[in-house]
Ligand binder design. Structure first.
Ligand code: SF4
Ligand code: SF4
Length: 87
């Protein structure tokens, strides 16, 4: 269990943002095979899964880590982490 400098239990702090997936910008919209986001989303949460050949994002499971954005192969990115309350 990890605590911040004030002694608060960090494991009880929720995400500060959630991933947003723009399927129109996703390479799979151009019939290009890609599953990088689903592969890189942490095993413990698996907020992105592949349905057929397309990624599906479950925002409820997302912890906002940003790995999917980092590894998204679309240019511009099809994923972003949006701060909670921003959208
Ligand atoms: S931000 Fe992290 S937890 Fe959320 S969908 Fe992307 S990789 Fe998964
Ligand atoms: S990594 Fe990016 S381009 Fe690839 S499937 Fe995921 S959202 Fe689409």
């Amino acid at each position: 269990m990890s605590n911040d400098p004030n002694g608060n239990n960090c494991s009880k702090v929720g995400p500060i943002g959630k991933a947003h997936l723009d399927l129109d910008a996703c390479l799979t919209s151009e019939r290009i095979i890609c599953d990088r986001c689903a592969v890189t989303c942490p095993e413990e949460v698996k907020a992105i899964t592949m349905r057929g050949r397309r990624p599906v994002l479950d925002p409820q499971r997302c912890i906002g880590c940003g790995l999917c954005v980092l590894y998204c192969e679309a240019d511009p990115k099809a994923l972003e982490v949006v701060p909670l309350g921003a959208k």
